[in-house]
Write a protein that binds this ligand. Structure first.
Ligand code: NZQ
Ligand code: ZN
Length: 384
């Protein structure tokens, strides 16, 4: 196992009827900006629960944050936060609202030039407005990590940053919020969480059996509980297990001490940037290609995954790897996510555009930094 340092300061408040606890967590006398998305929280009662709990507090609302949140929208919130001297940001919604809130928190106190640099030039986040979250959609793990992914519409770029400074002070996870999620979002959440695990697991062996088993336990739980949630949105126990799995998949714990890949996400973000495909769906397209093209360098781990998760024990190594890829594809499709580029009407010219983008970038993706633009082309062409 590699050396590591791990700190996760996010307080998780998990369970039924927990939203009212927001009142104990928000600092007294804070001037709060409540951030939210397209209005789901107003339809499903979450907004009312938060407002009831915070009666008497000074709250300014900033709604309309898009799915795959826009830099341009975040900057409007930054102007308001500065003008109004906001001292606490409360995100109420899914990963997009929370990611936007993290960027707003950092950009509002960024004094080192253009806040866009935080996303494209690794501009250090020295300070950020404190954040709290009420999470309504299990998927991204954003509720317990310091990551944020933002899209600049004017240039069609989807970029990420990460900082301890934007980790929420607390995140409230009431599984009952999932009861109102459409099938599509549940399926996206299952697959996003599944692939977060794969990015930290399907690499190469560094003798880390505990990390491997943490990862495998999350994969198995998602495979068992995910379909139950799809079948019956009011199955509280299944929903709770799904929600906690999604948080555990990307709160840093399973990734410490081991190599990490993230090529599937890196390539997937470009599919969202150019075609607006939902984040999880881009991953469902790309991961099977990564597994296929990197089958040699990931061999040991793909075989372990196939055996422990899908019970694949028969055949040559190549046959076992093929079977592991097929099982993975079948699982994504069984929850409703198509896995090829034609399924989303993506033409070959888009591959050319994406490859050209990566050609200009100086870095390579993957746990061995060996996925450059040529490999990215192979991976995407594998998905036709
Ligand atoms: O906008 P509203 O009206 O709230 O509706 C949302 C949105 O349309 C709706 N929704 C959320 N909770 C609901 C609900 N509808 C009914 N009932 C509820 N309880 O669901 C739709 C999707 O919401 P969104 O927040 O976009 O989904 P998700 O949580 O999957 O977030 C996706 C974003 O997170 C980024 C993705 O790139 C994408 O931009 N990611 C963030 C990561 C992180 N911070 O660590 C890691 C991930 O890999 C990912 O990249
Ligand atoms: Zn993801």
């Amino acid at each position: 196992m590699y050396n590591f340092e791990y700190k996760n300061p996010v307080k998780i408040i998990f369970g039924k009827n927990t939203i009212s606890k927001v009142a104990n967590e928000v600092p007294k006398n804070a001037k709060i900006m409540l951030t939210y998305g397209g209005g789901s929280i107003k339809k499903n009662g979450v907004y009312n629960q938060v407002m009831d709990a915070l009666k008497g507090a000074e709250i300014l609302e900033f709604g309309g944050i898009e799915v795959n949140p826009h830099y341009e929208t975040c900057m409007k919130a930054v102007e308001i936060a500065k003008a109004e001297n906001i001292d606490f940001l409360l995100s109420v919604g899914g990963g997009s609202v929370l990611d936007a809130t993290k960027f707003i928190a950092a950009a509002a106190l960024y004094t080192n030039g253009d806040p866009w640099d935080i996303l494209v030039k690794g501009g250090t986040v020295v300070n950020a407005i404190p954040i709290g979250a009420v999470l309504t959609l299990p998927a991204t793990g954003s509720e317990m990590n310091g990551n944020s992914v933002i899209t600049r519409i004017s240039t069609l770029e989807k970029m990420a940053f990460s900082s301890l400074k934007v980790m929420p002070q607390f995140s409230i996870l009431d599984p009952e919020c999932v009861f109102t999620l459409p099938d599509k979002q549940v399926a996206n959440g299952i697959v996003d969480a599944f692939i977060h695990v794969m990015e930290q697991y399907l690499t190469f062996d560094v003798n880390s059996p505990l990390q491997d088993r943490f990862a495998e336990s999350i994969l198995t739980t998602l495979i068992e509980e995910g379909p139950k949630v799809l079948e019956n949105r009011n199955d509280y126990d299944a929903v709770a297990n799904f929600m906690w799995s999604a948080t555990m998949a990307l709160n840093g714990l399973i990734g410490v001490g081991v190599p990490q890949d993230w090529a599937t996400h890196g390539i997937g973000h470009e599919l969202t940037a150019f075609h607006g495909i939902d984040h999880a769906r881009t991953l469902a397209i790309v991961l099977p290609g990564v597994m296929n093209i990197k089958r040699e360098s990931k061999k040991e781990k793909i075989l372990q995954y196939g055996k422990r998760i899908w019970g694949i024990t028969e055949g040559t190594d190549d046959e076992k790897i093929d079977a592991a890829i097929s099982k993975t594809v079948a699982f994504f499709e069984s929850v409703g996510l198509p896995t090829t580029l034609p399924d989303y009407n993506v033409p070959e010219e888009s591959v050319t555009k994406i490859v050209a983008r990566f050609k200009k970038r100086f870095y390579k993706l993957g746990e061995k930094s060996d996925i450059g633009y040529q490999e990215i082309e192979q991976i995407l062409m594998d998905r036709f």
